[in-house]
Design a protein around this ligand. Structure first.
Ligand code: ZN
Length: 156
């Protein structure tokens, strides 16, 4: 079956942001067809393809995780944190305009903790290596929900 609107596509992927950041690999099943489950350029590259198709795609930040917002970087005293805070961990906080935001702990330097609310891939040119593993028709329920269910899909 070929990838078209309302098919569920299972992919294996590796995302690389260049030197200094380890690549991320995994498998994902997503509902294809402009539901916003993955990047539009990635969907465009896969449209019409079938299982076994493999490609490498380079996306600019604005086509992937967006540009960095330096307003989401902050330094907070370590004493304000729960014990056990570690680099690589995440904390929930508020932005200056009161929205809830997940911050990544990027550095602990003496009594100060550096937080960054940007996605680790924000502002990065990303290289996606993709392989289509499986393509199937979406169920009516998946189309109603706007996402894929089952293995590597959405869990309720
Ligand atoms: Zn659902």
């Amino acid at each position: 079956m070929n990838i078209t609107k309302d098919t569920v596509v299972t992919l294996s992927y590796t995302v690389s942001a260049g030197p200094g950041q380890p690549p991320e690999s995994g498998q994902q099943a997503y509902l294809h067809g402009g539901y916003g489950n993955t990047f539009a350029k990635l969907e465009a590259a896969l449209e019409g393809q079938a299982p076994g198709f493999a490609t490498t795609l380079v996306l600019q930040p604005e086509d992937a995780f967006g540009v960095r917002d330096e307003g989401l970087v902050r330094t907070i005293p370590k004493s304000e944190f729960p014990p056990g805070v570690k680099v690589g961990g995440q904390l929930r906080g508020m932005t200056d305009d009161g929205r809830e935001q997940v911050f990544n702990v990027v550095k602990i330097k003496g009594p100060q903790v550096l937080l960054d609310g940007n996605h680790p891939f924000a502002g990065k040119e990303l290289r996606f290596t993709l392989k289509v593993l499986e393509v199937r028709a979406a169920t009516p329920e998946e189309v109603t929900h706007g996402h894929a269910h089952g293995a590597h899909g959405h869990h309720h």
